[in-house]
Design a protein around this ligand. Structure first.
Ligand SMILES: [Zn+2]
Length: 148
């Protein structure tokens, strides 16, 4: 997913329009702005609300702009950073899913609901981890996460 976005190869509305398809080129999620990948993942009010909700539920500080740059240029491999990265990528994936769903059903999940799905999934993934491989500091950090 991150790779597809990085190479600007998702078929966003304005891109399809470039191919001569019959779409109005507007964002399916906010209906306000021309849909480009930059808009969808970094500027759209809907994706921003997803990230905001995620920060509220998790108590973590996540980037709310230039999200993709933040994910790709991630050389910090601490547990904290990997958890944040996974959450941001899930958020982008969910935004893309909702965007595709809204094309057909004109109905999307609320950002707070999406944030809950992401944290529930994260919780499950953390629980499945082999705790013996974690340091005391990492375990303490996980224990402090609001959704755990
Ligand atoms: Zn939008």
């Amino acid at each position: 997913m991150g790779w597809l976005i990085a190479h600007k190869s998702l078929h966003t509305n304005s891109r399809l329009k470039g191919f001569g398809m019959n779409v109005d080129g507007m964002c399916f999620l906010c209906g306000q702005i021309k849909e480009t990948q930059e808009h969808l993942f970094f500027e759209c009010a809907f994706s921003r609300r997803v990230i905001q909700a995620l920060m509220e539920i998790s108590g973590l500080n996540l980037p709310d702009s230039d999200v993709l740059h933040w994910c790709i240029h991630n050389t910090d491999l601490t547990l904290q950073r990997r958890v944040k990265n996974a959450m941001v990528l899930s958020a982008m994936y969910q935004v893309w899913q909702q965007r595709n769903k809204s094309r057909i059903e004109q109905l999307v999940l609320r950002p707070s609901r999406i944030a809950l799905l992401i944290t529930d999934d994260m919780k499950r993934r953390i629980k499945e981890r082999d705790k013996r491989k974690l340091t005391a500091h990492e375990l303490e950090w996980l224990g402090r996460l609001k959704f755990m």
